[in-house]
Write a protein that binds this ligand. Structure first.
Ligand SMILES: Cc1cc2nc3c(=O)[nH]c(=O)nc-3n(C[C@H](O)[C@H](O)[C@H](O)COP(=O)(O)O)c2cc1C
Length: 202
């Protein structure tokens, strides 16, 4: 088949998210100016640079039934900071619970029964059970066509749970990072293989 996005795909569900897959999930934690915690998953998410390390995530439009920005975006506009928590397969159901469209001020850490770990460099709540958590400062907010916005941030601090380090390397098979596929589908990383770069071959 062939389609141009503006003309429609004609399928029962938009295949785009299944095409750009698997996508890592940025579990975005924030604390507003009144000290209220917020947590939500975003799979239009990625690392975008490594020196200094930077990440981005995108919000698709406002909250349903309101013209207001999603809570994560509104809080980052207020405070200029956010946490990124890596979702292990063990945390899948709790991650999903935090995607509910609660009113501003509802603490998704509490709703999902997640313990908070305090940021060490920035005033942020982080997911204590996450294998890795990043403390980030807003770099730029970028308007995208339509009503989407992209948040880019600089990583100021990195927390790695020691249990997931083996021989000085992150052992992803020990925590199986969760990724988003299309539709309601997910996949966890459970097989890893290495390949030398062409320049490294003799
Ligand atoms: C796995 C997963 C990935 C998601 N990715 C995105 C995304 O990339 N962008 C987006 O706007 N919403 C995404 N959502 C929906 C948000 O999590 C949802 O709108 C949430 O209520 C936003 O919370 P907030 O208002 O506290 O920021 C995703 C939901 C799930 C379950």
């Amino acid at each position: 088949m062939f389609y141009r996005p503006e003309e429609g795909h004609g399928l029962p569900h938009d295949p785009f998210k299944a095409i750009v897959a698997p996508r890592p999930i940025g579990w975005i934690s924030t604390r507003d100016a009144d000290g209220r915690n917020n947590l939500a998953p975003y799979s239009f998410f990625n690392g975008i640079a490594d020196n200094p390390p930077m990440v981005m995530f995108c919000s698709m439009g406002p909250k349903p039934n309101s013209g207001e920005a999603k809570d994560s975006i509104a809080i980052i506009r207020e405070t200029g900071r956010f946490g990124v928590n890596v979702v292990s397969q063990a945390l899948a159901e709790q991650m999903n619970l935090t995607a509910a469209h609660y009113e501003r001020g509802v603490d998704e850490f509490e709703r999902a029964g997640l313990e908070v770990m305090e940021g060490r460099v920035l005033d942020l709540p982080l997911v204590a059970a996450a294998p890795v958590a990043l403390e980030c400062e807003l770099w730029r907010e970028i308007d995208l066509p339509g009503s989407a916005v992209m948040i880019t941030g600089t990583v100021r601090a990195v927390h790695i749970r020691d249990a997931f380090l083996r021989d000085g390397r992150l052992d992803v098979t020990a925590y199986r990072p969760l990724s988003r596929l299309g539709y309601m589908d997910y996949a966890a990383v459970d097989e890893v293989f290495a390949m030398p770069r062409p320049d490294d071959l003799v």
